[in-house]
Design a protein around this ligand. Structure first.
Ligand code: NAD
Ligand code: 6OD
Length: 492
């Protein structure tokens, strides 16, 4: 394996300090652009995980647990500001780990890192509580009011596709609610989570409140963390199969889980849609982040009168995408994150051939004849003609590809969209406002966009139905997982 000249090292971050793993083990982080080793990462063993969890437990009883809500919110605003101050460092970290276009990381990933702290700091500061007056049997009165307590030590386990965005989406509300965290980022993208240790120290977050352990899932840091008896809750984003494993691990000791899992999201394009906008929106929902977005579209249903035109226009769009590294001129499509993930995506490209799909465009590995040939690129790909029972139409691929299918009636397309084990998100394209309101609630997912995609208001409920998740986070919905609610009843 080649090694880049600028190999970095990522240690664990425990109790406010960077520390080498006691395990003595290191693993390599490979660049998705060059296939070279770009970092050596310390892998946490059981002893390291125990240290991190003990630090998080102790911090609950330290200065962090004694702050007023306003003081805590103030510190989290400082965390947000520090992310903005170190914007360029986060940008470098994120694009080195993922290979994604710089413009995408600049406009989406890094700003959301900051927003995830600022939004939940605001929320917690402005939170009210319920109050009831009760008539008592003796003709008197009692009052009841609700309080929120932090849940305790939260294990945050995050994936590689939007590393900073998805990690802070959990850490922001967890800390806003007064918890402490031990974060296990994906082994594929360790950099930005490590860097957050510096941010926490600079913002004055007390030691032990934010801890980072690196490693893998089974028989490694992820499993050790979820099995630790002092962990009070586990919030996880990743594959549905991993979610099942984590739920089993959480059952021991009856720990609460919040699971944000996979998707096989449908876009529905009605013939009355503004086709320019539908094509542009679907280009984004299929190809953004090289298709590595849980909310991305992999099934497109198009009403028959505009089917051929839509397919032709999406094909033109896909063929116009420029593939390349973060700073390649005009880049629209980066590489997939790893060799392993490329193998998975390509296995579906092969399946399409075996099942005689019509390959509208793409379907293979591009040949550039330049340095891009070392990256994990695949062609943006569109298929038609497969039956709905095909695994390609049913399973999450997580690559820059989609299958397009015509439909004739509203009832038919609702059934098609819902005929899937996943239930994360959907996008509906129509100019008929009544139809939009009629169809959207019938789609069995956690989030439906109408004439848009990935428009996020962090105060809204976010999560998946069916195999796409358990629980909702976002705004005050996050309190359901990150706090314990108690009622205080006072007889007057
Ligand atoms: P993954 O499930 O392979 O890994 C996610 C994390 O879990 C990693 O940190 C991994 O090390 C850890 N892990 C794996 N096995 C574990 C175990 N047994 N115990 C504890 N930790 C374990 O997912 P991925 O490949 O990193 O990410 C892609 C997946 O994430 C896709 O399925 C995508 O749809 C999903 N995702 C969902 C959302 C959402 O909001 N619903 C958001 C982003 C990604
Ligand atoms: O926007 C978010 O808060 C969020 N959780 C996005 C998930 C994207 C999936 O890849």
């Amino acid at each position: 394996m080649l090694q880049s000249p600028n190999v970095t090292e990522h240690q664990l971050f425990i109790d406010g300090e960077y520390k080498p793993a006691i395990s003595g083990r290191l693993f390599q982080k490979i660049s998705p652009l060059t296939g070279e080793v770009i970092a050596n990462v310390h892998e946490a063993g059981r002893e390291d995980v125990d240290l991190a969890v003990q630090a998080a437990k102790a911090a609950l009883a330290g200065p962090w647990g004694k702050l007023t809500v306003a003081e805590r919110a103030g510190i989290l605003q400082d965390v947000s500001q520090e992310i903005n101050n170190r914007f360029e460092d986060f940008l470098e970290a994120e694009i080195a780990d993922t290979g994604k276009p710089r413009s995408l990381a600049r406009s989406v990933d890094i700003p959301r890192g900051g927003a995830n702290f600022a939004t939940f700091a605001d929320m917690i500061k402005n939170l009210g509580s319920e109050f009831f007056e009760t008539a008592t049997h003796d003709g008197g009165r009692a009052i009841n009011y609700g309080i929120y307590r932090p849940k305790g030590v939260i294990a945050v386990i995050s994936p590689w596709n939007l590393p900073l965005l998805l990690m802070t989406w959990k850490v922001g509300p967890a800390l806003a609610c007064g918890n402490t965290v031990v974060v296990k980022p994906s082994e594929v993208t360790p950099h930005s989570t490590t860097l957050m240790g510096e941010i926490m120290n600079a913002a004055g977050v007390p030691k032990g409140v934010y801890n980072v352990i690196h490693g893998f899932g089974p028989d490694s840091a992820g499993e050790f963390l979820t099995q630790h008896p002092l962990v009070d809750g586990i919030t996880f984003t990743g594959e549905s199969g991993t979610g099942e494993a984590i739920m089993k691990q959480a059952a021991v000791g009856l720990r609460d889980v919040s699971l944000e899992l996979g998707g096989k999201n449908a876009a529905i394009v009605f013939a009355d849609a503004d086709l320019d906008k539908a094509v542009e929106g679907t280009m984004q929902s299929v190809f953004s982040n090289c298709g590595q977005v849980c909310l991305g579209t992999e099934r497109v249903y198009v009403e028959r009168p505009v089917f051929n035109e839509f397919v032709a226009r999406l094909k033109r769009g896909a063929e116009g995408l420029i593939m390349g590294g973060p700073d390649h001129p005009g880049v629209g499509l980066g590489p997939l994150v790893s060799q392993e993930h490329r193998d998975k995506v390509l296995s579906y490209y092969e399946l399409a051939k075996r099942e005689n799909a019509t390959v509208v465009t793409g379907g293979g590995v591009p040949e550039f004849g330049d340095e891009r040939d070392s990256g994990y690129f695949v062609e943006p790909t569109i298929w038609t003609g497969l039956p709905e029972k095909s695994n390609l139409v049913r399973e999450e691929i997580f690559g820059p590809c989609c299958h397009i299918q015509p439909f004739d009636t509203e009832d038919e397309v609702v059934k098609l969209a819902n005929d899937n084990d996943y239930g994360l998100a959907s996008a509906i394209w129509t100019q008929d406002i009544s139809r939009a309101h009629r169809v959207a609630p019938q789609i069995e997912v956690g989030l439906v966009w109408v004439n848009s995609w990935f428009l996020r208001d962090l105060r809204t409920a976010f999560g998946g139905s069916k195999k796409s998740g358990i629980g909702r986070e976002g705004g005050e919905h996050s309190l359901e997982f990150y706090t314990e609610r108690a009622n205080i009843c006072v007889k007057l």
